[in-house]
Design a binder for this molecule. Structure first.
Ligand code: MN
Length: 255
């Protein structure tokens, strides 16, 4: 059986500006995540942000792997900070669901792959912090633009991957160019995670658990899902995650 990979989604509200109330509420996920998982041999299942610990635990119990997708800013109260004026819109239902879901997923040792916001949520769930707004809070250096007007699959800046890191082995290279459209970034890294890739201005572009064979947790700041057609290194990330989920499913079945 192919492993079942949960893909987180957001809650999108269409507002009726005349009636000033939601016209409709929708579950929304970029299909690139779904395709990325399916191409790698996993069975993707899109997860709506539902309320409650019991729902999160039930969902976690059914998954072999979790892909945390990109999206809006994370509420800084999850890492003990008050919001600064530069914080963008947050989606409270999504924040609460993903943090709660991760609690159960991590306890079960389910392999987690985080992309963009996904890396940030992962870092916070494990005890790390974020830059609420990269351009106003990360000072002392000249930031590269971590935003782009060009199509989302086009590279924006370089990334250097640490020698000896597990992600270097997965991607099969140590230097690459990635797309970049993120407002936030990892500040203090969570215990257990290791920073394994940087952009030239020092922004954390990837982090992984210190031993992926013990617990497969990996996140990238760039949108790997949108770059799958540009290079095998991006597809390899999805493949490694699905393989880890497959191993987890086999271990679970044997237990
Ligand atoms: Mn970037």
């Amino acid at each position: 059986m192919a492993p079942l990979i949960g893909v987180t989604a957001t809650l999108k509200e269409d507002l009726d500006t005349v009636a000033e109330r939601p016209l409709g509420r929708y579950v929304r996920a970029d299909f690139d995540y779904v395709d990325g998982v399916a191409e790698a041999g996993g069975v993707p299942i899109v997860l709506p942000p539902v309320a409650g610990s019991e729902a999160a635990e039930t969902i976690a119990g059914s998954l072999d792997g979790l892909l945390l997708s990109g999206g809006s800013d994370l509420d800084p109260s999850y890492y003990g900070e008050a919001p600064i004026p530069e914080l963008n819109v947050t989606v409270p239902e999504r924040d609460a669901f993903e943090i709660e879901l991760l609690k159960h997923v991590l306890r079960r040792g389910i392999p987690v792959f985080g992309i963009c916001r996904g890396l940030q949520v992962l870092n916070v769930a494990l005890g790390g912090t974020l830059y609420q707004d990269l351009s106003s809070q990360m000072d002392g250096i000249v930031l590269l633009g971590h935003r782009q007007e060009t199509p989302k699959w086009e590279p924006k800046h370089e990334v250097e991957v640490d020698a000896g890191s597990q992600i270097a082995g997965i991607m099969g290279l140590r230097e690459l160019k990635v797309n970049s459209y993120h407002h936030q970034a990892v500040k203090d890294l969570a215990p257990g995670l290791v920073t394994v890739a940087h952009s030239p201005d020092g922004v954390v572009e990837a982090a992984e658990y210190w031993d992926l064979s013990e617990c497969w947790i990996l996140g990238v700041q760039w949108h790997a899902e949108a770059m799958r057609s540009t290079g095998a290194e991006h597809r390899n990330l999805f493949a490694a995650h699905v393989e880890a989920a497959q191993r987890h499913a086999l271990r679970r079945a044997a237990a």
